[in-house]
Write a new protein. Structure first.
Length: 192
């Protein structure tokens, strides 16, 4: 049944998804054989096959070699860090001090918390995350948050210039003060 649908999708140029392939380890050699036989005219150029699985040692290497791999990281760490930053202080009273700009302040605060969480989490990936292991800590976030509060408080007119000023602070002073390599500064600017 699955093999028939795969062949039909390959011929018609449809997309097909095979979920949880790690659960059918005994069928994987057959699947590998089918993939190796697919060539030229029997494959439509629009045909796409998506495979989902968790990493298992018995997964055939040739399937992995012929595939474009996408790894999804569960957002637990970023979510947990953002939640911690939100719970550090009574935020509603904090935002009320912003007056008319309270909603804008909330959005920028979330953006700052998200930025800090991403920058801090990149160190898990070793040299793929940062070329040099940087120690971004909660004090970096606190300084940035204090600057955000001051800019919102004193700049109620032109919020776009305030946003540009904050981006400059974050990218060139607060976080960049620890960055030693040009490539990492480019990564910081891209994330920002």
């Amino acid at each position: 049944m699955v093999e028939e649908r795969m062949a039909k999708a390959a011929q018609n140029g449809d997309w097909i998804i095979l979920e949880n392939l790690h659960l059918v380890e005994d069928w994987l050699p057959t699947f590998e054989e089918k993939m190796n036989k697919w060539k030229g005219p029997e494959l439509n150029a629009r045909f796409r096959m998506w495979i989902t699985c968790v990493p298992v040692p018995s997964f055939p290497a040739t399937i992995l070699e012929k595939s474009i791999k996408v790894a999804l990281q569960p957002p637990r760490t970023i979510k947990a860090k953002i939640e911690r930053m939100l719970l550090e202080q009574e935020k509603e009273a904090f935002f009320r001090k912003s007056g008319k700009s309270a909603n804008y302040h909330k959005n920028l605060f979330f953006g700052l918390a998200y930025l800090h969480s991403i920058l801090e989490s990149r160190k898990k990936y070793g040299s793929l995350g940062w070329h040099v292991p940087y120690k971004f800590d909660f004090s970096d976030f606190e300084v940035s948050n204090a600057q955000l509060a001051q800019v919102i408080k004193h700049n109620s007119g032109d919020l776009m210039s305030a946003l540009e000023m904050l981006k400059y602070f974050y990218a060139n002073i607060n976080y960049a003060g620890k960055i030693q390599r040009v490539e990492d500064q480019q990564t910081l600017n891209a994330v920002l």
